[in-house]
Write a protein that binds this ligand. Structure first.
Ligand SMILES: CC(C)(COP(=O)(O)OP(=O)(O)OC[C@H]1O[C@@H](n2cnc3c(N)ncnc32)[C@H](O)[C@@H]1O)[C@@H](O)C(=O)NCCC(=O)NCCS
Ligand SMILES: Nc1ncnc2c1ncn2[C@@H]1O[C@H](COP(=O)(O)OP(=O)(O)OP(=O)(O)O)[C@@H](O)[C@H]1O
Length: 201
């Protein structure tokens, strides 16, 4: 079974993904893959430099992530340009990892994909698990974790589909507003319902 783990920015996907990893599930992390495909010297980074200019590349050849974030979270047209360059590379690498884990015989594989709904990737997974939070918790946790201003946080939140749309498209929802123990309890109940197991065939 392929579980698609998603939610909105700062809703707690990485927190839940860490719990799944600690239980032994193999995790494919789209945010991590997004970093790998823009390594210095990659075709993808070259295309990003051509589209956004040399100012988005640091002296050491890496992508200036805060600068790219500043550009794309404040301009939907620029965001689309970046997405059109980077998403095919992310998707290809995620599919490769999924294939490798399946070949290794894992019964359940978790794909942590923040933009599962926005990028219409529902078909890649068998079950969709959405990590949800209230707008207030989401905003406060995002500001606290990243040190963003209110404007920076709002720009990122409004770059994604509303939480309610994701909940509507979910097979199960974790409400991550309480303690981590409460979140873990909800997760385990859902995994039991789905008869998911981290074991190999
Ligand atoms: C814009 C970038 C450089 C900002 O980097 P930064 O280190 O500040 O953030 P990070 O990569 O950790 O992303 C944090 C969160 O932002 C949200 N986010 C990232 N990219 C996007 C996007 N294109 N549209 C909407 N939300 C996004 C996701 O919820 C993600 O979990 C980076 O997010 C990026 O390369 N984005 C494009 C790739 C992408 O779409 N990644 C999302 C997973 S497929
Ligand atoms: N139940 C909780 N109680 C308090 N803080 C929490 C809880 N769950 C997560 N957090 C904190 O909220 C922040 C966001 O969580 P996390 O990084 O897991 O979100 P995310 O959905 O992976 O975010 P992103 O989309 O940006 O990658 C983190 O600083 C995390 O430690």
């Amino acid at each position: 079974m392929i579980i698609g783990l998603t939610g909105s920015i700062a809703s707690g996907k990485s927190t839940v993904s860490e719990m799944l990893k600690n239980s032994g599930y193999p995790i494919i992390d789209a945010d991590l893959v997004a970093r790998q495909v823009v390594e210095p010297g990659s075709d993808t980074l070259e295309q990003i430099e051509q589209a956004f200019g040399p100012e988005v590349i640091r002296e050491d050849g890496t992508m200036d992530r805060p600068k790219v974030g500043e550009i794309i979270f404040n301009d939907p047209a620029k965001r689309k340009i970046l997405n059109d360059i980077i998403h095919p590379a992310i998707r290809q690498e995620m599919l490769q990892q999924r294939h490798d884990y399946m070949t290794e015989g894992y019964k359940t594989i978790v794909m942590d994909i923040p933009l599962l709904f926005e990028s219409r990737l529902q078909h890649l997974v068998d079950k969709i698990l959405v990590v949800s939070v209230t707008e207030e918790n989401q905003f406060n946790r995002l500001v606290e974790r990243n040190g963003f201003t209110e404007k920076e946080a709002r720009a990122r939140i409004s770059s994604q589909l509303p939480m309610s749309v994701k909940e509507d498209g979910a097979d199960a929802v974790i409400y991550n507003n309480g303690t981590l123990d409460e979140t873990k309890w909800q997760l385990n109940r859902i995994l039991d319902n789905w008869k998911a197991s981290p074991e190999k065939e």
